[in-house]
Design a binder for this molecule. Structure first.
Ligand code: SF4
Ligand code: MSK
Length: 636
């Protein structure tokens, strides 16, 4: 029998980081670990969410001698307002990303550079929105879909169109509880208004608006971002790739794309594939051009092109510290400003491309939808400049860690349905969506106990990737299928859990399903914006099963989250009726009422809430117990 390739352990990953950290020390440059130490201990008021600087009478802090801010706001109001502002900022980030994609869709034309890669999805979206499709040019349809989509950001009346994709029961809950979002920008703006000085001080109301602004993300901006990205660049399909810093190549021009918005990285990938630039790279002594991704841009590019993933959030400095990167080109979100100083120690060109993300120390070359027609030419110029930079690489400074793992990626909902429908080979041919019934049968029979959406970032408050990997392994051993996105799925990639043979460490049931269907036990579903795909997956399963989303043995887990986007996500997942297990405490601990509201207080509103535990081993046990409780309630 062929020997199984070893998984990469957390200790091996940490040894790579330690070696790269030594390089940083030799160069007298700090990394996040140093800066974390310098920040410790964290400000207790900030950590507990009871410091307010919303107006210039403050900052006000809640202390034993001062229970109220100058205006009279108590700890619950202060923590609640801070929490809502986080959710609103997260929703703004995802949704503004989607808005840019909508503008790119509006700029498509048959001559490129942006074209329509998934016309079926475009037509389905057009029909859903009542847009005429018969006998129309595909680009006319695309432009109208983009316009209608853009109206979702600011329409004066009604609620978001995508809410109709929810189950009937969810739609009733959202309406009855006043958490059905109106226009996306309206919810973000309302949240900022409510938390402006002299407005809402009632924590319960602030939490309810957090659900609503989260919904504006998950069932608005993120969902649109995902759909329009598929229309533009193709709905992902299953692909083989590799992950971890070992994907950087000793003898090739290494270009890293980093961030979230794929409209820019798509052009870089296409440019790097051109014969002209490949020949040029060879003329400069390189064996090829190696594009690798970081964070969610990596997830987007790998799902559509098989681009290899250099790593997740806390690996961005490590990537530069290898000394082997000719260019790091970033778009938006999750980009350390530290990269601007770090690149000065190497030959690496650090390129920022979005007016949303300008960083000192970078070279700014703007890519926006406004100038879409020149995007490919600009990408070619960037790739050429990376090639020119290859000769400047100082080989005495290069250390590329050897760890890299095979991975199978690319499981959006359509792909999952296709794969899982094969569990019993009982395709329901009269259902155009396909059917989740075989997968449901697997859950009902107990072959699979349930499913967990593993999502979220890294956070130096906990050991990098440790919680992700420990939790996933335990879930796999307990026959719980995992769908992953964002940096969580890259943690799985680096460990080797996206390999087909990762089924060998699963329980018998999950192993059988993986073998029968030919899937890895962790299904890579994309970027953090793609968690909206998971909402549709859960909705479809609930519909096919004939139960409510709250009843399903399916939960979300973000053990290492850090971004405000994660707060928006957690809110829309809860509002969709799915419990969320968190390994990092939201900064509201200074308010007992807020802690109660986010863990229990949302349950009477939407049937779900948070479970928070910093210990990953305890957290995973509570996930398993939660899933088993749902199974018991369903009588399965
Ligand atoms: Fe202080 Fe109230 Fe102003 Fe906040 S809003 S800084 S609690 S006075
Ligand atoms: S990149 S939001 S660190 S998942 Fe999406 Fe990763 Fe979190 Fe950024």
């Amino acid at each position: 029998m062929k020997e199984m390739k070893p998984f990469t352990t957390i200790e091996e990953m940490e040894a790579d980081t330690a070696r790269l950290k030594e390089i940083a020390c030799e160069l007298c440059i700090d990394t996040y670990e140093d800066r974390k130490k310098q920040q410790e201990p964290h400000c207790k008021f900030g950590e507990d969410g009871i410091c307010c600087r919303i107006c210039s009478m403050g900052p006000c802090r809640v202390t034993p001698k001062g229970q109220y801010g100058i205006c009279g706001a108590d700890a619950h109001a202060i923590a609640g307002r801070h929490y809502l502002r986080m959710a609103a900022a997260g929703s703004a980030a995802h949704s503004d990303h989607a808005r840019e994609i909508a503008h790119v869709l509006h700029k498509t034309n048959a001559n490129g550079p942006y074209t329509i890669k998934d016309p079926d999805k475009l037509i389905a979206n057009a029909k859903e929105w009542g847009i005429e499709t018969e006998d129309r040019d595909i680009y006319d349809i695309a432009h109208e879909v983009a316009e209608v989509g853009l109206m979702e950001f600011g329409k004066p009346f009604g609620t978001l169109r995508y809410l109709e994709r929810g189950t009937e029961e969810r739609q009733k809950v959202w309406d009855a509880e006043g958490i059905a979002p109106r226009a996306i920008d309206r919810e973000i703006s309302t949240s900022l208004h409510m938390t402006n000085m002299g407005n809402t001080a009632d924590a319960e109301v602030l939490v309810r608006q957090s659900l609503r602004v989260g919904m504006a993300d998950g069932w608005g901006g993120s969902m649109m971002g995902t759909d329009f990205t598929d229309i533009l660049f193709g709905t992902p399909t299953v692909r083989s790739t590799e992950g971890n810093l070992g994907v950087l190549e000793e003898n090739q021009v290494n270009i890293i794309v980093h961030g979230h918005d794929p409209s820019f990285s798509e052009m870089i990938v296409l440019a790097a594939e051109s014969k002209e630039l490949l020949d040029y790279a060879k003329s400069k002594g390189a064996q090829g051009i190696n594009i690798a991704g970081l964070c969610c841009t990596a997830n987007e590019a790998t799902m559509r092109h098989g681009v290899r993933m250099a790593g997740n959030f806390l690996q961005q400095e490590n990537a530069l510290l290898t000394g082997a990167v000719e260019m790091m080109a970033v778009d938006v979100q999750c980009i350390f400003p530290a990269l601007g100083r770090l690149q000065e120690c190497f030959h690496t060109k650090f390129i920022t491309t979005s007016p949303i993300c300008r960083i000192p120390g970078s070279e700014y070359i703007e890519f926006t939808a406004d100038d879409a027609e020149h995007a490919y030419e600009k990408a070619k110029a960037l790739v050429k400049s990376a090639i020119d930079n290859y000769e400047n690489r100082d080989r005495s400074k290069v250390f590329i860690p050897e760890h890299r793992q095979d991975a199978t990626v690319g499981y959006p909902t359509v792909q999952i349905i296709k794969e899982l429908d094969g569990v019993t080979n009982s395709h329901i041919i009269d259902d155009p969506r396909g059917s989740y019934k075989p997968a449901i049968e697997a859950i009902k029979s107990g072959v699979l106990r349930g499913a967990v959406a593993m999502v979220g970032c890294n956070n130096p408050k906990v050991r990098a990737d440790y919680s992700h990997i420990e939790i996933m392994k335990e879930l796999m051993a307990n026959d719980i299928l995992i769908v992953g996105s964002g940096c969580a799925s890259q943690a799985a990639t680096k460990a080797g859990l996206l390999r087909m043979d990762a089924k060998e460490i699963c329980g018998d049931g999950l192993k059988r399903v993986c073998t029968l269907v030919g899937i890895p036990p962790v299904l890579h579903m994309g970027a953090c914006v793609d968690i909206s795909r998971m909402m549709l997956l859960v909705t479809s399963i609930a519909k096919d099963w004939g139960v409510e989303t709250t009843q399903l043995p399916i939960v979300g887990c973000a053990p290492e989250w850090m971004s405000e986007k994660a707060v928006a996500i957690a809110n829309y997942v809860v509002a969709t009726g799915i419990d969320v297990y968190l390994g990092i405490e939201p900064q509201v601990k200074g308010s007992t009422q807020m802690m109660e509201l986010i863990t229990e207080g949302t349950r009477p509103i939407c049937g779900a809430g948070y479970v928070i535990n910093k210990d990953p081993h305890e957290l995973v046990q509570s996930i398993i117990a939660g899933i088993e409780k749902k199974r018991e309630a369903l009588g399965i």
